[in-house]
Design a protein around this ligand. Structure first.
Ligand code: FES
Ligand code: FE
Length: 445
């Protein structure tokens, strides 16, 4: 049956039939939908902007994107962090061209307006002329982001003044984030630089892959895994009783409780040993359950566009560039207190697997590009896609917070991701975004 096209934006509800495990391809192709995503998702949600370790000192800054808005994130003299649109309020030129660095002020290339690290306009070329014109400098600083906050070293910002707190936004996902970003005293840091690449795909193909698609790894990454680690990807479908999809407000985490996941450590025996030694300490800090997550084959997406692989330690943001392209930024994160040789193993491992020349990145990128490109077809676009795995796998009463689904071969997290996407796309403001049902956490977890 053909779907009427070019009306998708007025009929958002018709795009998803999640109870039937089906969705429309317009979600990945329609330009009006993309514009609405930029407004209602990227200019509204909390987005990852930097890791605290990138900007330890006053004046340290990074530039990045929130949707298509370029932003400047700067450490202040009092240790706090501020964020601004990276655009001059005079004629709009970019005020900072570097990816990261340290500055005492940001001076616009065009007419020389100079801004302090607090975003305030401090002076400019021929300042007396502006004074004569009555310009009030206090009204022409860099435009600040609405809110900025951090969790376990991860800095997030939102452009929406009415957004919930970061703690509420992450909600139950904090339990899982702690297992990775608080597994060791001292937390984590980013090492090496940021690796950037462009993939010709819709941003959601990347986000939904990392929200919980171990299924593709068994097939897509089979040859890469054999070449890289000397064996196939662990057959997690054979042990559903020890693996899960968990989600909360569109964020999703998939994991099994098997620390010896070979892909997670790329077969590096020293890395495995490090994790084994760490495991009882994690059990002490965070409990038995989370101690089994630290090196397991797992992946996570924080809605909408931040993902990472625990164990394999690649961290990434998928920045949208129109409906058919992303700019991918990736880093390697490590435990700050890990020995240098362990940090080096992780960095090399992520470069060999999840960098533009990494075997798994190439596997994934090609799949997402063809998945995106197919939707250009007029008739193709009217054929729904399937995401119905694991409809009846929800489990209640576990020790795990969030919505919990049994079995890693599942599409529960994808459905939760798209449900959240739809809720945000339909809502006029945060006030009307529904809070979806999440089972109560057990006492003492
Ligand atoms: Fe920045 Fe004119 S555009 S000083
Ligand atoms: Fe993959």
């Amino acid at each position: 049956k053909r779907r009427p096209i070019a009306q998708s934006i007025e009929n958002l509800d018709e795009l998803l039939s999640l109870e039937k495990g089906r969705m429309s391809r317009d979600v990945f192709w329609d330009k009006d939908i993309y514009e609405q995503e930029i407004e209602r998702i990227f200019a509204r949600c909390w987005l990852f902007v930097a890791h605290e370790s990138q900007i330890p000192k006053a004046g340290d800054y990074v530039t990045t994107y929130m949707g298509e808005d370029n932003v400047l994130i700067v450490r202040q003299k009092d240790g706090s962090i501020k964020g601004f649109l990276n655009t001059c309020p005079h004629r709009g030129n970019k005020v900072c061209f570097a990816d990261l660095g340290n500055a005492r002020q940001f001076v616009c290339n065009y007419h020389g307006w100079a801004f302090g690290i607090d975003g305030g306009l401090k002076g400019m070329t021929a300042s007396e002329t502006y004074e004569a014109a009555g310009l009030d400098k206090s009204e022409h600083g860099l435009h600040p982001v609405a809110h900025i906050d951090s969790y376990r070293g991860l800095i997030f910002a939102t452009l929406d003044p009415d957004a919930p707190s970061l703690a509420d936004y992450l909600g139950d996902m904090r339990y899982y984030l702690d297992a990775i970003f608080d597994m060791d005293e001292g937390g984590t840091e980013f090492i090496g630089g940021c690796v950037k690449s462009v993939i010709q795909c819709n941003w959601k193909y990347a986000s939904e892959n990392f929200v919980g698609d171990i299924l593709h790894a068994l097939w897509t990454h089979d040859s890469g895994a054999k070449a890289m680690v000397g064996g196939p990807v662990a057959e997690v479908h054979k042990t559903p009783e020890q693996s899960y999809h968990v989600n909360f407000n569109g964020h999703g985490w998939e994991f099994n409780q098997d620390i010896v996941g070979n892909c997670a450590t790329l077969g590096e025996k020293e890395l495995l040993k490090y994790l084994y030694v760490l495991q009882p300490k994690v059990a002490e800090r965070l409990g038995e359950v989370r101690s089994k997550m630290i090196g397991a084959i797992s992946s996570c997406t924080l809605f909408p566009n931040t993902s990472f692989l625990p164990g394999q330690n690649t961290f990434r943001t998928w920045h949208p560039r129109g409906p058919g392209q992303i700019e991918l930024h990736t880093w390697t994160f490590v435990n700050k207190k890990a020995p240098q040789e362990i940090k080096d193993m992780w960095r090399k491992g992520t470069m060999m697997t999840f960098s533009p020349s990494g075997v798994f990145e190439m596997d994934d990128g090609e799949n997402w590009e063809y998945s995106t490109r197919s939707n250009a077809g007029f008739v193709t676009r009217q054929q729904d896609l399937y995401l119905g795995l694991g409809q009846d796998t929800r489990v209640e009463g576990t020790d795990l917070p969030g919505n919990v689904f049994q079995g890693q071969i599942n599409e529960a997290n994808q459905r939760a991701f798209y449900q959240r996407w739809l809720d945000l796309m339909k809502a006029d403001s945060w006030k009307t975004v529904p809070q979806r049902d999440v089972p109560k956490m057990k006492e003492g977890v």
